[in-house]
Design a protein around this ligand. Structure first.
Ligand code: NCD
Ligand code: ZN
Length: 400
């Protein structure tokens, strides 16, 4: 038995001075002066549930020069992320049972908990029932993006919503159309209304990826009132940057959906602090420095982020922009609840020993040299943040 001592532990919505005892992969006791064979001194630190990032692109297979499971694991661990949901727009895509199994096997190299999304395509959609028992959720692309998994035919959308609903899996949708950034931002509400209507018609468990604007958030909140089973995420880059920053930084801030306005960004922070946003996920989309250096039009869309999710939000806690309770909700508790991980997302006896130890006062600048992701850069380079993870436990195993 290992006992973590001296920390303030986030339990039942608040920080408490407690020891945590770990037995194999579980939390077996919480209390004072716990006995154990091994003690880890965590004085001056906070212990939170391990972060669950429900939107990560790992590029193992043919794009492993951008990221593979091992490098993704290093980046995640550095950022306090103990569980990721890997998107299926790999090359080749995760659209068959065999490919999903192969990906799961490869994911062991990451040393963290890996959940795998199944791809929905115009070819495989009739077979989703079969794929369902092998995947953790399904992803549908209604907008063009990396990997060309877009399904454009409206007739198929209805079929797909119906079939996925029968599998009882979560359907995560990339709802926003592609195209000129201004148009994408302007049309986000319409695109989201389109999927909300489908979810209402078939009673689908819908999760809307990377929401960027105030109007879209308000639209989803309105839909929730009519008992739709819908959740949504925003991403740290929509909290930190706007279309103005993209004008200055070009391809380095090119992603789908594109950055929105300063008003939208301000609104997202407000909504986050008010508890109106379900999940913050990174949409970690690694592309190399070389690939991003070819100008806006030609560069691939997407920015990396998994290793900075917790520091980016913890810094906001230190700045009183956000409470620690909200941070834990959107990064740990809500992702676990929504995606059916009943043994994760909170610190309690019997839960999985997925934990992050945070030094709340550590001040550190984000530099290119320190980036763990294989892509080798970060859109947050130059930012100095206060509050960093110092170690994690994944199913009781201390890392790095
Ligand atoms: C993602 C990628 O590169 O895989 N890119 C992005 O701009 N977000 C794909 C996606 O999530 O749309
Ligand atoms: Zn994505």
């Amino acid at each position: 038995m290992t006992v973590l001592t001296g920390a303030e532990v986030f339990v039942d919505g608040e920080l408490k001075k407690l020891d945590i005892a770990l037995e194999e992969d579980k939390i077996c006791a919480l209390g004072r002066n716990l006995e154990g064979e091994e003690h880890v001194d965590c004085s001056g630190k906070l212990i939170l549930p391990g972060v669950i990032d429900v939107h990560v692109h790992v590029r193992d297979l043919k794009q492993s020069h951008k990221e593979d499971w091992e490098s993704l694991g290093r980046a995640a661990i550095a950022g306090g992320v103990t569980t990721v949901f890997a998107m299926p727009n790999t090359d080749p895509p995760l659209d068959t049972v065999e490919r999903v199994h192969d990906y799961r096997r490869r994911a062991q190299a990451a040393k963290i908990n890996a959940k795998i999304y199944g791809a929905i395509t115009s070819e495989n959609y009739k077979d989703l029932e079969n794929l369902a028992s092998h995947v953790d959720a399904f992803k549908l692309y209604l907008g063009e993006t990396t990997g060309h998994l877009i399904v454009s035919e409206k007739r198929l959308h209805r079929e797909i919503f119906k079939i996925v609903t029968e599998t009882e899996k979560i359907l995560t949708v990339h709802a926003q159309r592609g195209g000129d950034p201004k148009d994408v931002t302007r049309h986000e509400v319409d695109d989201i209304c389109y999927v909300l209507d489908l979810a209402a018609a078939y009673e689908t468990k819908l999760h809307i990826a990377h929401v960027t604007t105030q109007r879209a958030v308000e639209t989803i909140l309105e839909a929730k009132k009519s008992k739709l089973d819908v959740s949504f995420e925003t991403c740290p880059h929509y909290l930190y940057f706007t279309a103005k920053d993209r004008e200055r930084h070009g391809a380095w801030l090119k992603m789908n959906p594109p950055l929105a306005t300063e008003d939208d960004r301000e609104f997202l922070w407000w909504a986050l602090a008010e508890g109106l946003i379900d999940i913050v996920a990174t949409d970690h989309a690694p592309h190399t420095v070389e690939e991003k250096s070819v100008g806006y039009e030609k560069a691939p869309a997407g920015v990396p982020g998994v290793e900075f999710l917790l520091p980016l939000l913890f810094d906001a806690v230190n700045a009183d922009r956000l409470s620690l309770a909200r941070l834990v909700e959107v990064c740990c508790t809500n992702p676990a609840r929504r995606f059916g991980l009943s043994h994760k997302g909170e610190i309690a006896v019997g839960q999985d020993a997925d934990l992050v130890v945070v030094d709340p006062d550590r001040k550190q600048a984000i530099t290119r040299e320190a980036v763990q992701s294989k892509c080798g850069w970060s859109p947050y380079e130059g930012l100095t943040l206060r509050g960093w993870p110092v170690m994690v436990f994944v199913l009781g195993r201390p890392l790095p």
